[in-house]
Structure formats: C-alpha cells, structure tokens
Write a protein that binds this ligand. Sequence first.
Ligand code: BES
Ligand code: ZN
Length: 634
Amino acid sequence: MEFRIASVVLLGLSLSACNPAPQQNVKSEHQAGDSAAVASATTEMLAGKDYHSFANPEQLKVKHLDLDLDVNFATQVISGDASIQFERVEPKASTLVLDTRDLTIERVTAMGKDIPFSLAAADPHLGAALKIEVPADIDVVTVTYHTSPDASGVQWLTPEQTAGKQHPFLFTQAQAIHARSFIPLQDSPQVRMTYQATIRTPADLLAVMSASNDPDTERDGEYHFSMPQPIPSYLIALAVGDLAFKPMGKRTGVYAEPAMLDAAAKEFEDTEAMLEVTEKKFGQYRWDRYDLLILPPSFPFGGMENPRLSFITPTVIAGDKSLVSLIAHELAHSWSGNTVTNATWRDLWLNEGFTTYLTYRIMEMIYGPEREQMEFVLGQQSLEADLASLPAQDQLLAIDLRGRDPDAVFSDIPYEKGALFARELEQKVGRDAFDQFLMGYFEHFAFESITTDQFVAYLNDTLLKTHGDKLDAKRIQQWIFEPGVPQGAPMAHSDAFTKVDAARDNWLSGELPADKIDTQDWNTHQWLHFLNNMPESLSAQQMAELDKAFNLTQAGNNEIAHSWLLMAVNNWYEPAFGRLHDYLLHIGRNKLVKPLYQALSKTEQGKAFGKQAFEQAKSGYHPLTVKANEGYFN
Ligand code: BES
Ligand code: ZN
C-alpha cells in the first residue's frame, strides 16, 4: 500500500467546529482541472494509513497464519504457537512489527532457533508492538505465546451463563482491534492472510472458526480449520462450547447449543433464500458455505460477519422472524466487508453502509416492499436521533479517528447515512444500473482492502462516467466528507405506519383509550414505531394505561421490550423496573443495554438503580459491554 498525502477540498465545512486537527484548505489539481469528478477530501491525514496498528506491512507483509492453540477453561488462557509467514515488500527490511495486547510472548523462533524480539510499552488503545528481528533468509517466524484472562477480544463464560448450564463456553470478537488480544499479528484490515488452525479443547466440547467447519467432525477435542481465501485479521474468530449443528439448506446451517438449535433453525430458515437472491443480484458468493453460530446472550453485538460463520446474538430469536434483518445484514457482509474490505477504520462506512443498503434490498426481495419500507423508516429515525446528538466531526462518512478508540466512535452514521447515500445513487441512476455498478465493484476489488479515496476514484471512473448527467460530483463529495445528510436525500415512508401514527395521536389527545386501539394485526415494526415516537414524557397514568392494555412490561420481543423499558426509565415507571433489572442482567448486547444505562444515569435515583444492576451484571458482560457502560456509574 502506498501512502500519500491526500488532497484537501473541504466544501462549506466549518473547519474549526469540525476537526481538532490542524487543516489546510487547498484545492487539489484533480478537482481544479475536472469539475465533474469527485475529489478526495481529507485533512492532512495520510490516506490509507492505519492509525490503529503498529504493524509495518509496507515493509514486511503477513500473508499466512498457522495457529496451534490450546484452550484452557480452568485458567482462562489460550496458549500455543502462531506461525507467521510474510512477504518482503521492502527487500532490505529486517524488523517484523506485529500488534499484541496483553499477550505474554514466551519465545520467537525461526527454523527451530530462537530469534531476538522486543515488546514495546503498551498504548492504552492500541496495545504493544512486538518487534521481531528476522534473519535475511527467513520468511516464517513462530511466536509462542499465551493470552491474558482479561483479553479484550475473548469472553469466557461459566456453565451458568449458557443455555445448557452444563459446559463452559468461549468466543472471540476481533473487530475492530481485538484480534491482537488473542493472536500476535498485523492487526490491520489492509493486511489480508489465509489461515490454518489446530485447536485443542476439552474433549466434550466443539470448536468452530471463521473457516471451513466440518459439521460431521468427530468430537474429540482436536479440531482443524482452514481459510483458503485471504481475509483481514478482524475476521478471524473462534468459539468453543457444547455446540450442535442443524442444516437449513444446501449451503446453510446453524451451530447452537442443543437447547437453542431447533428454534434458531426455524427462525432463520430463510437464510438459504437470502443467499440465493443476493448472489443473483450482486454476484457470486465466494465463501463456499454460510453457517450461523448462535451465541449465549452476553454476545456484545447483534451479529458479526465472521466469514463462512456469522456470529449471532440469541436476542433476535423472536419466534416470528421479525428481527431477521440481522441475518440479511451479516450475510450481506460476505460481499461488502469480507470480499471488499475497508482498508482502515476510517473507511468503515464502505463495509457498513453498503451492507446496510444490501440488507434493505435483501429484505425487500424476501419479505416484500412493505416490510422494507417499515425497516427503512425505523433506520432513518434512528439516524436522525444520532445526527441530533453527535458532534459535526462524527457525522462524516469518512471519519477522522486519529487518536481515538474505534469502539468509542460507534454510531449509525456509517450504517444508515452510508446506506442512504447508496440509495440516492440508486435512485439517480436507476436500479438496474446501480446493481450493475455494485456487482462490478465487488468483482473489481474482490479480496482487496480499499480506502474511501479508492472508492471515490472508482466511482469517478465508472458511474460518474456513464451517468455523469444524473450525478452531481459536489454532492457526492458532500455525502462523504461533510457532516449531516444533504438536503433532498431519499425520505423513508411507510403506509403501514400511517395508521400507527393516527392511533398514537388519538390516544395522546385523549380521544381514544389505549384498550380501544385496534392493534390486532400490528407487527413488531409497527409496535416499535408506536413506542419510539411517543413524546419524551408521559404521565404515570398514561404509562400504566399502555401497560395494562398491551402488557408491555412482559413483552417477549427483545426490541419491543427495549423500547418500552427506555420509556419506563425516562418516565420513572416503577412497575417495569423488575423486568428492567432482569433484562439488564440477562442480555449483554450493547445496543440493547447501553441506551438503558445511559437513560438511567441521567437522574440520581436512576443512577443508583443502574449502578446496582451494572455491578451485579458486570461479571457476565463481555469486556466491550463493560467498557462501553462503566463510565455511567464511576
Ligand atoms: N461488523 C459489525 C459489528 C461491528 C462493527 C463490530 C464495528 C465492531 C466494530 C456487524 O456486522 C454489525 O453491524 N452488527 C450490527 C447489526 C445490525 C446493524 C443489523 C449489530 O451488532 O447491532
Ligand atoms: Zn455490519
């Protein structure tokens, strides 16, 4: 990867308000000479430089990884060898720099002989650089190491935290920069490697990875994996537990604890159809099988697109497929994210924005336009809420993350603003032309990691050339490099929500009692729309009336329960607090618990309740969920 100073064109952007870093405001030659093209607009930041890795792929670039690891539940330690094969980009370079976090490095060898290494002092966000002096004739080194029980990318669960209550469980979560806490490697999304692994576990448990998994493998405590396509480190994943497998379709199946298996396979039975329609529209599925792994409820995300094996929260198993857009999303990453990957975390919107756009398209193809419209409205509302609360510099698609922890800058911007941008392009050039563009894009950059600037250059060479009359280069610039959403962007609308709005209005005005609202045929999305758009404050009587009419405190759907519990906190509706406590103790998905803790932290009595619940729940939360919420109660 060649690093260069990106040109700077900041159109109408209030610099002082937007960016703490010093800026220049110079028109690039490119822009000056060709007003029809979109220029790359950044700060003096080095385009393509990964500010979240110490590794030196521009000199020595890792190509293949061979893991030989023992998983020890008693000590909560993963230990063994990582053999790292690299290529000399700079022929004279002799120091291989790897990322680590809280790893103990026992020795580094090449051809069986110890070679010198040093571990630098740790940076609080980034961990510690491991510098290995490699002899000139060597291109494979073996690092013998073990992890810390506190590894930020690993969660060790006790049997009580699992569905079956009999066996312990382990899972890793590497995105964004946590792979380094369980493997020493070049932990940057612009480094792609193939990998192989041998994993040893207690004999009664099964290990699965983001690689080839053999559903019929003998359960003997030694498992072998191979990932033949080059992937970035954040897609390396491992889980170990009492897992069983059930096929859903020819290429799709589910791994879950036995108690969850049938419910999961039923809930997600449309996965094979999703795979087929996506392939048809956007190009071949390049990863052979697509399986799901259902994790225990402490999994900190909704889902994670680990290749061949997406990791999925059990909180979306609602019984009626109402939350399966999560599966469409993780599947869509097989194209945008896993096949074409963001080169740095600044470029995350390339992964998440196009994936969110594809998610809407998949939902429309499988469940029809009405459902897609409802999900689009809910997505847009959630984006608007984020735009109202985020500082301007965090509203850019291509965000400046220098000096920041990517985990701390998580928002709807790369997702919903990114998807809205894609939707606008689609509407301007027409669906067929845009689909063709996307298919070409996935093909052109397959198995590459690209920057926002590379995307912009590709757009200039393709859609801007063929459909220049319908696209406005300045506006595209504005979408990517300026805060907010441009005026006139696509607007979501759902007829199915119109009657929900009317019901809410009539209830609020006192015309219609809650138990007279005709909610018989309302689906989950309509309930979410009903609740999420209530005024900020309701009276105790109003809360009680809703609860009595609809039994919301006992809502079985975790998203509906979340919306209701948030209202309960904001209105201090105590009858719901038993459920709230239970919810916070049993769910560790950050998106569902964080807004509740945040709302609780706003009042003294809320703080006391939240602190108590958090202290009690903490030992069962994933390190990321702990980190994201502990600040509310310190
Ligand atoms: N890749 C993300 C999760 C992620 C993003 C982890 C950035 C760490 C850093 C995953 O695909 C995702 O977006 N999950 C969402 C799904 C939702 C938008 C459907 C989630 O977990 O909520
Ligand atoms: Zn995603």
